[in-house]
Design a protein around this ligand. Structure first.
Ligand code: NAD
Length: 362
């Protein structure tokens, strides 16, 4: 493990994106969102995603310098097509447009289909919260083989389809932020565990024989290399599985995007479709009374007696705030991920000497 300052990794990502052909703003948005994910404690959606982006660009599956195009525009209803461009640009611009519409109409529904990976969904809810808006987001993930099994099944049928909801606090930051994969663990967390050589929590993966396991490698590998791998388990049995299915239907099918059905293209792209609902608290109620109420309610929650097997209690979004405080001056990158970063930067066209300099190896 090596510790890196956030600025150092931002520079590394930005430089790699520029070598891929990204304009400065795109490189900056990609670097910003990935590093913010690490700072929020979600390494699965941080700088470790960069190699798959480089792979996407090199193989012509991820388009640099694309911007969302308008598919339908009916005032507070907006459907955008992400053109398989960087999710960091699509997510940012889609939320910006949604916020403008919500300022005008009190609320907005924004569909973003066909975007390359939009990363940590909480980032987009935080953008809405920073502008003073509550929001919720349903997302599906397609393009590679499905990862998660529907409840009762052993075969993967959908992605880790995240759900996210946030309400703003008084200071413009999220008062509460729930941001979660609908699988018990995110796919990226299994990758991080496999890279570190550690187990995942028990019963979070179904191996290729249909048995529950804690071995992250069972997600990809079988005893016979030509066979498909295992699947992730959806959270909360039929309930999480049901929510993941609704993400397929509301974020993809409803917007004219693609579900994880095998008839739709699976060429290794990481495509997200997202349905976002953005609401101005002042348009649906009294803003001051709302701020008072969420503060009162937070206190009420945190005054609970602790459950016998729990040592502490948080509200949704609090673990990320704690991680941000702890990681502000630096965060760890494991050796496997670091090697993958070196390789991908070289693949993007960054000179070896520059890679070593940016990673502080000289
Ligand atoms: P997680 O399990 O770490 O956290 C889920 C939520 O629970 C968060 O809102 C967190 O604040 C809250 N939380 C965590 N511990 C808590 C506690 N002890 N008490 C109260 N609340 C607590 O998140 P995850 O499911 O592993 O998802 C990780 C990230 O992966 C998310 O940011 C998600 O958006 C992202 N993701 C993205 C995609 C994609 O395709 N773009 C797919 C899946 C997941």
């Amino acid at each position: 493990m090596t510790i890196f300052h956030p600025d150092q990794i931002r520079e590394f990502i930005s430089h790699t994106c520029r070598a891929l052909g990204s304009e400065q703003d795109e490189a900056r948005l990609v670097a910003h969102q990935l590093v913010e994910a690490n700072l929020a404690g979600h390494d699965s959606h941080g700088v470790g995603m960069l190699p798959s982006y480089v792979d996407g660009v090199v193989n012509g599956k991820l388009q640099v310098n694309a911007h969302p195009t308008v598919v339908t525009d009916r005032g507070p209803l907006l459907t955008l097509d992400g053109q398989a461009g960087f999710g960091q640009v699509n997510g940012f611009e889609a939320m910006q447009m949604g916020i403008e519409r919500a300022q005008l109409h009190g609320a907005a529904i924004v569909g973003l289909r066909n975007s390359y990976h939009i990363g940590r969904i909480g980032h987009w809810a935080e953008q809405c919260a920073a502008a003073g808006f509550a929001s919720f987001h349903l997302v599906n993930v397609i393009g590679h083989a499905p990862l998660v099994a529907a409840y009762g099944g052993a075969d993967a049928r959908f992605g880790t389809n995240p759900f996210c909801a946030a309400v703003p606090g008084r200071d413009g930051r999220p008062g509460f932020l729930l941001d979660m994969a609908t699988s018990i663990i995110a796919g990226g967390k299994a990758r991080v565990a496999a890279n570190k050589g550690v187990k995942v929590p028990p019963n979070t993966i179904i191996d290729s024989e249909g048995h529950l396991t804690d071995d992250p490698n069972a997600l990809w590998y079988t005893s016979k290399s030509d066979e498909r791998g295992g699947a992730l388990v959806a959270f909360a049995d039929h309930k999480g599985s049901g929510l993941a299915i609704m993400c397929e239907l509301l974020a993809a099918a409803l917007l004219g995007g693609e579900t994880a059905h095998p008839d739709n293209a699976r060429d290794g792209r990481i495509i997200n479709n997202m349905l976002s609902v953005i609401i101005d608290p002042a348009s649906v109620g009294q803003a001051e009374a709302y701020f008072d109420e969420i503060e009162r309610y937070r206190e009420y929650l945190l005054e609970s007696r602790l459950r016998a097997d729990c040592e502490e209690m948080f509200v949704p979004g609090q673990p990320e705030q704690i991680a941000r405080r702890d990681r502000a001056e630096g965060f760890e990158i494991d050796t496997v991920t670091l090697q993958q970063l070196r390789t991908c930067a070289a693949r993007a066209g960054v000179a070896e000497i520059e890679i070593a300099e940016m990673l502080g190896e000289h």
